[in-house]
Design a protein around this ligand. Structure first.
Ligand code: GLN
Length: 498
């Protein structure tokens, strides 16, 4: 077993309740890979430690929908054997990783936390999974999410709720809540999530870990079960910025099977992440500091700006005038695309089929009625409405036009600054049950994250403090398209200084 793991686990499980364990230092993926390379630990030891931690903690947290113990241990053993015999191993050789359960994993159930796909075992791997396997990462399990990634609290899962490792009464955020919790509770040091409107960054913020949404097109969506195809993007969770950089480097790159995947070389993010940026200009938008922003979150954000000032950065005040339309625009576009993408689940081509029906139409509606949860149905209805003749121009088409204006705002902003800093959410993690019956309030909680998806730009969430209740607060940085290198370096500067 890796040294750090054993000590932390045994000391603190004896004396502290689970929710107080989190402020402990966690071993980063970069550090674990170093230990593997130096022979201080093995892939089998790390995989066993990860599976043991899942076993002991996940009954309380609910981060995982399934684990992959036997295959993971066999793979870990094969990697150790290869390393011992001097054969080449991949960049992530022996590193346990958790995957959001909306990415296809060959031979491993991929449910999207939906009854519709409860028994779906993909016959192929998503592009990111292929990349991870080439890098010799060890997939230990699939994590919980809001059904089909629709939600902001992971309470919309058809199977279980995920609890925040910092406080079991609070949500983990969503929709990639299981992946965020897995890292925050030290079950794996890294994981993958998907971000359509904040689903990596917001749970990262709520769970006190790093979460990165890449530029649209940077990572292939092949094998990611589609929610809103023009917004979806896969990205990493990690304990630290350097590990997120390394993971992005592994999963990014062109893939002809996703027509929106961009053919641009992948920079060596992990090699440059420690280089501070000279003459850094950090933008702040006046629209981001308005009513509704929790005072503690505002204070933590302003303190983060002081850190940047102390590092010699210039703080540039700017405006993103169309951001007030972002929520309406996002929920029209996302629901429209979802209604189209989810049409395939008809009980014939894909997914659950009702046991009893009287004719074909009845079979479709019974299958969809039983297979989808309330939030998914709400999105399908909203989307079909905004795409229907007579409403298309007024809703969907108008939303597309506003989307362009939102992107234009960012283009103008990035002419004046390198990164834009903001809160990741207006409050720290909210309580379980607090918003789940109020869809509009839940949608409003995405205010800081959805613009990046509409504009296609990258964004990262990094921990920047704790609330008086002891809950993590996240800082968001956003950068221009394909400027992940700059984004990661700016984030690393803050991480190091704080
Ligand atoms: N909360 C947003 C939604 O429900 C974002 C989800 C996501 O990024 N997958 O659509």
């Amino acid at each position: 077993m890796p040294h750090g793991f054993v000590c932390r686990e045994s000391c603190f499980e004896l004396v502290m309740p689970l929710s107080l364990q989190m402020p402990l230092p966690m071993t980063s993926a970069v550090e674990l890979l170093g230990q593997l390379e130096r022979g201080e630990t093995t892939a089998v030891a790390l995989t066993e430690a990860s599976l043991t931690t899942i076993q002991s903690r996940d009954s309380q947290i609910g981060a995982f929908l399934s684990t992959n113990a036997d295959a993971a241990l066999a793979q870990a053993k094969a990697i150790d054997d290869r390393r011992r015999s001097g054969q080449p191993v991949g960049k992530l050789a022996g590193l346990p990783i958790a995957i959001k359960d909306n990415m296809c994993t060959m031979g491993l159930k991929t449910t999207c936390a939906s009854r519709m796909l409860q028994n779906f075992v993909p016959p192929y791997d998503a592009h990111v999974i292929e990349q991870l396997k080439t890098a010799d990462a060890v997939i230990v399990g699939k994590t919980n999410l809001d059904e089909f990634a629709m939600g902001s609290s992971t309470e919309n899962s058809a199977f279980q709720v995920t609890r925040n490792p910092w406080s079991l009464e609070h949500t983990v955020g969503g929709s990639s809540g299981g992946s965020a919790a897995a890292v925050a509770a030290n079950m794996t040091s890294v994981s993958l999530g998907s971000d359509t409107g904040g689903s990596i960054r917001q749970p990262a913020g709520f769970c006190g870990v790093v979460g990165l949404k890449p530029t649209y097109g940077r990572v292939s969506r092949y094998g990611l079960v589609a929610y809103a195809s023009s917004l979806d993007q896969i990205g990493p969770f990690a304990t630290d910025v350097a590990s997120a950089a390394l993971l992005l480097e592994v999963i990014a790159g062109h893939d002809g099977r996703d027509s929106t995947s961009v053919d641009r070389p992948v920079p060596a993010y992990s090699a440059t992440v420690d280089q501070p940026l000279a003459n850094l200009r950090v933008g702040i938008a006046k629209e981001h500091f308005v009513e509704g922003l929790d005072p503690e979150v505002e204070a933590a954000t302003r303190k983060a700006l002081d850190v940047y000032r102390s590092l010699g950065a210039e703080i540039v005040e700017l405006s993103l005038p169309h951001s007030k339309y972002a929520i309406a625009t996002y929920y029209l576009i996302a629901a429209s695309e979802a209604s189209s993408n989810l049409a395939r689940y008809d009980g014939v081509h894909y997914g659950h089929r009702a046991a009893e029906f009287s004719n074909m139409i009845d079979m479709y509606s019974a299958s969809r009625g039983e297979g989808f949860g309330a939030e998914v149905k709400r999105r399908i209805m909203l989307g079909n409405y905004s795409l229907s003749a007579g409403y298309y121009d007024a809703y969907y088409l108008k939303a597309l036009k506003v989307r362009r204006l939102i992107r234009n705002d960012f283009d103008a902003a990035f002419a004046k600054c390198d990164v834009i800093a903001s809160p990741i959410a207006s409050t720290p993690a909210f309580k379980l049950g607090a918003l789940v019956n109020d869809p509009l309030a839940m949608y409003l909680s995405d205010i800081y994250t959805i613009s990046a998806n509409l504009a296609g730009i990258p964004g990262i969430s990094i921990p920047c403090g704790l609330s008086s209740a002891g809950l993590p607060i996240g800082l968001q940085l956003q950068a221009g398209p394909f400027e992940e290198d700059k984004l990661l370096r700016a984030a690393r500067m803050f991480e190091r200084a704080s």
